[in-house]
Design a protein around this ligand. Structure first.
Ligand code: HXC
Length: 515
């Protein structure tokens, strides 16, 4: 029997639409190691589960010869599918259609996918590869981009949003990824900037390459705009799948719990020796984190930026947690402006999406220095303080060594509503380190002293009084002093006790975080 004409026509149109910019463009892309938009979505989603919508949408622009430049789908693929069995909405821009530029029509597709993700309570993944707002459309293109910004903002804190930058992400369009929770860039393939090298050259006469200005490494290590650096398309897409494995569907759900094969009472005797007795010696806090968490697996975030603080996800007895840890091997773990902003944003993410926050504290204080003060360490440190104060998820803190001054208060102290505060026997909890404290309290006496013996005596006195966890434990500021080797068991037990924690902040429109 002859196939009906309507069906035949439909099949032809559909297959033309799915071919996007065509085989020649796809081949050109493949030659540079990149995948097409649909290939990317196919790899991101569980096999055969991605369902596209709007593949016949085309633009409505008549200026600049645009009537002759119509491609079904208009350069963006939108839809939904399953990732590890869980519903997720996404879009992928097709750079081969007018540079993946954002038009009125294709931004409406993106906005609709975002609306559906919000209404259905699913994560949203954006695969960006675009030259920004479609220049030929003028203000209509801008209107479309702004509509995406609005939805990113409305979705913030309701559903997890992940942006992968898989090519260019230029102009104001870069603010959409910036409004989402995590940004992944691809080394030497993706670039993000508000104004590109040519504009900079014209305005400031500065010569700067795309890579220096907005390459993956620059945004992962210097600006802190990005959170992950992938090697290529495949690495990037698999990383998104892994990131999603930690995240809940939305703010009303808990992060997914997995069966745990690792013994919850597992002791790690090596931990008793990991932290050097000499408070001036460093150690890598990631060794401590890995030793404690399930299967020694720590999924670190922003590892190249502000490495004096370490953040990331791990699991404890199968339950995902957010980990924040001072890193004594970089700047002695002191908090500077970058570390404060990095960790504040992460604490807020954890609080929005129901991750208990585990804090490993070894902090000599806020980083002293003229530049730090002038860069606004007061304001940025306050961001971290605000984030911890406001967080109502379970908060557990382990003081591994130093907990000095304002940094002690900020890093999940009892006074800002941490639930369990543990300290190792070698912990030092004080207003400041012994040297600084003695120099201030006994300045006159030390100046008049004939030799160093008075100073040694006063240092010893101060250490006895404060350089230990007992003064804080006597006041109830530390709940329990524990051996390092029992950390895993203590954390898992505390998490179990806190599983049904309910704490609310008093109703208000919103706080005024020191941004
Ligand atoms: C329309 C665009 C476009 C855009 C690229 N193209 N960007 N078309 N609008 N924004 C088209 C090109 O004309 C070209 O079409 C094709 O895409 C591929 O671009 P190339 O330049 O040949 O590719 P490449 O050399 O790889 O350079 C990519 C690029 C560059 C770095 C992205 O195209 C570029 O700088 N584009 C403009 C970036 C920019 O300034 N965007 C800001 C837009 S304003 P043909 O037909 O030749 O293949 C904006 C404001 C939003 O975004 C504000 C929101 C509040």
């Amino acid at each position: 029997m002859m196939e009906r004409q309507a069906y035949r026509e439909f099949k032809e149109k559909k297959s033309a639409a799915l071919a996007g910019s065509g085989p020649a463009a796809a081949e050109k892309f493949h030659a540079t190691g990149r995948m097409t938009a649909r290939e990317r979505l196919d790899l991101l989603f569980d096999e055969g589960t991605f369902e596209e919508i709007g593949c016949f949408v085309s633009h409505r622009c008549h200026d600049f010869g645009m009537n002759d430049k119509k491609v079904a789908g208009d350069g963006v693929v939108t839809g939904s599918g399953l990732i590890a069995g869980r519903l997720t909405h996404a879009y992928a821009q097709d750079f081969n259609v007018m540079g993946g530029s954002i038009s009125e029509a294709n931004s409406a597709k993106i906005s609709r996918a975002l609306d559906m993700a919000i209404e259905m309570g699913t994560p949203f993944v954006a695969l960006n590869d675009s030259g920004g707002s479609r220049i030929q459309e003028g203000v209509s293109g801008l209107a479309g981009v702004a509509g995406i910004f609005l939805r990113n903002t409305m979705a913030s804190g309701m559903i997890p949003q992940i942006s992968a930058i898989m090519g260019p992400c230029a102009g104001g369009a870069s603010y959409s990824p910036a409004l989402t929770d995590f940004i992944i860039m691809i080394d030497k393939q993706s670039h993000m900037f508000v104004t590109g090298p040519e504009v900079i050259k014209a305005v400031t006469h500065e010569d700067v390459s795309k890579e220096e200005l907005g390459g993956g490494l620059a945004h992962n290590s210097i600006s802190g705009v990005a959170h992950f650096l992938a090697r290529n398309d495949r690495d990037c897409l698999l990383l998104i799948r892994e990131l999603l494995s930690f995240l809940p569907q939305n703010h009303l759900a808990d992060p997914p719990r997995y069966p745990c094969r690792d013994d919850s009472a597992r002791r790690h005797s090596g931990l008793n020796e990991l932290i050097p007795e000499d408070p001036r010696s460093a150690y890598d806090v990631r060794e401590l984190i890995r030793a404690v968490v399930d299967e020694n697996y720590f999924f670190e975030i922003q590892s190249c930026y502000a490495p004096n603080i370490v953040i990331g996800f791990a699991r404890l007895n199968g339950r995902p947690v957010g980990v924040v840890a001072n890193q004594p091997s970089v700047l002695a773990g002191a908090l500077d402006t970058n570390a404060s902003r990095k960790s504040a944003r992460f604490v807020r993410f954890c609080d929005a999406f129901n991750f208990p926050i585990i804090t490993f504290e070894d902090v000599p204080g806020f980083l002293p220095g003229r530049q730090q003060e002038l860069d606004g360490i007061i304001r940025d440190g306050a961001k971290l303080l605000f984030a911890y104060c406001e967080a109502t998820v379970p908060k557990i803190c382990v003081i591994t060594r130093k907990a000095y001054g304002g940094a002690y208060c900020v890093m999940s102290s009892k006074h800002i509503r941490a639930d369990y505060n543990f300290a190792y026997p070698g912990a030092e909890i004080a207003v400041m380190g012994p040297e600084g404290a003695v120099n201030i309290i006994y300045r006159r006496e030390l100046a008049a002293a004939p030799d160093n013996s008075l100073k040694e005596q006063k240092l010893e006195e101060y250490r006895r009084q404060f350089a230990n966890p007992y003064a804080a434990a006597r006041l109830g500021y530390i709940d329990e002093i524990i051996m390092p080797e029992e950390t895993r068991f203590k954390l898992i037990t505390a998490l179990e006790r806190l599983a049904d924690k309910k704490q609310k902040i008093l109703p208000k429109k919103h706080g005024n975080m020191p941004l």
